[in-house]
Design a protein. Structure first.
Length: 332
């Protein structure tokens, strides 16, 4: 089986609809076809300040949400990044083969640091894509399921894998991004020209999966739509309606063309009202399942302990090979 690896941050508490449709849904699908490793990336979370108690609670909450979304610990390896120290160890190695200019070209860093200001931007935030490279290469991943915003980081991963392999001999699988075109970028409901994001979106434009269902329904019903009244999928001309159609189609498994036919001549209101119902039907059981996992900490802990053990076995072997190729003296 090919390998898959991906990670999600525990920073915001609730996952949002972009995280779910762009990434987590693909995690669930790939556990059927791949030897899949998924982690909650707490090392990445601390690139911006975190309250320790919140970080701990949000890490558990992220695991509970991954299970609620359909990850099955019998079919994938689910773990917390800091439980596998090899991530930080290979991360350092990768820092040492990354050009400063190369890292400086990462657009996510440019965006996030611009927002935070130079004084509050950490070196950790700067090198976070390089730690992500190590995350992926440690597992010899073939496929990395992510949203479009991560494409550049996967390109960096490919470059560094090839550089290391070229310099020291074949060590790492060169991975490919697994980006599902239709849901690669879910947009803010209030500004459908920007991606839905925990830090950039307005609260009304951001659908958190753990919001009260009635809040979610209201956000969907008050989504910004476009001029005109026709319901057609046209991302350039009608970004608001197209985003709603994408969400509707994906959550219900209905082709977009069928939705266009169903809503022909009906106007935006009908589409939004029905999508609000679809969303409520989706988030209500999701929220309940998440809560049930949270109330069973023994199960969560044992899933994470087993996951860390399986992950470490793979990660330790890759790290040992990399250390050897570099010329580190083996510890006796
Ligand atoms: N709007 C989105 N559409 C599709 N995919 C998305 N992802 C995030 N937003 C969208 C994907 O979700 C996965 C987990 O992302 P993360 O934990 O790294 O969170 P993030 O990218 O930091 O999420 P945000 O909300 O976008 O946070 P900020 O505001 O900090 O940038 C990734 O695979 C990501 O592609």
């Amino acid at each position: 089986r090919p390998r898959a690896l991906s990670g999600i941050q525990p920073t915001a508490g609730s996952f949002h609809l972009g995280n779910y449709l762009g990434a987590v849904r693909q995690y669930v699908a790939l556990q059927e076809t791949h030897d899949a490793f998924y982690m909650v990336v707490d090392l990445h979370a601390i690139t911006v300040p975190q309250d320790p108690a919140d970080l701990r609670a949000n890490t558990r909450l992220a695991v509970a949400q991954l299970l609620a979304a359909g990850l099955d610990p019998q079919r994938c390896t689910l773990f917390v990044q800091s439980h596998v120290p090899e991530h930080a160890q290979l991360g350092w190695v990768m820092n040492c083969i990354t050009g400063f200019g190369e890292a400086s070209r990462m657009t996510q860093f440019k965006d996030k640091s611009a927002k935070q200001g130079a004084d509050r931007t950490t070196v950790g935030l700067f090198t976070y894509p390089v730690l992500q490279v190590a995350d992926i290469l440690l597992y010899q991943a073939d496929a990395v399921p992510v949203g479009e915003d991560q494409r550049q980081h996967i390109e960096l991963t490919r470059d560094l894998a090839e550089r290391f392999n070229g310099r020291f001999g074949h060590t790492f699988t060169v991975p490919s991004p697994h980006i599902v075109k239709e849901t690669a970028k879910i947009y803010d409901l209030q500004d459908p020209t920007v991606k839905m994001s925990k830090s950039a979106s307005t609260p009304k434009g951001l659908v958190n999966l753990l919001d009260e269902p009635k809040v979610t329904a209201k956000k969907v019903r008050s989504a910004v739509t476009d001029t005109g009244s026709e319901i057609v999928f046209d991302p350039a001309g009608k970004p608001g309606v197209s985003n709603l159609l994408t969400i509707f189609a994906t959550l219900t498994g209905t082709p977009v063309a069928d939705l266009e036919n169903r809503y022909a001549g009906k106007g935006y209101g009908a589409l939004k009202t029905d999508l609000a119902d679809v969303m409520v039907d989706f988030v209500t059981p999701f929220k309940e399942r998440t809560q049930a996992y949270l109330e069973d900490p023994e199960t969560l802990d044992s899933v994470l302990a087993a996951g860390a053990e399986k992950a470490r076995a793979v990660a330790a072997e890759t790290l040992a090979a990399a250390y050897d190729r570099i010329g580190f003296l083996p510890a006796k």
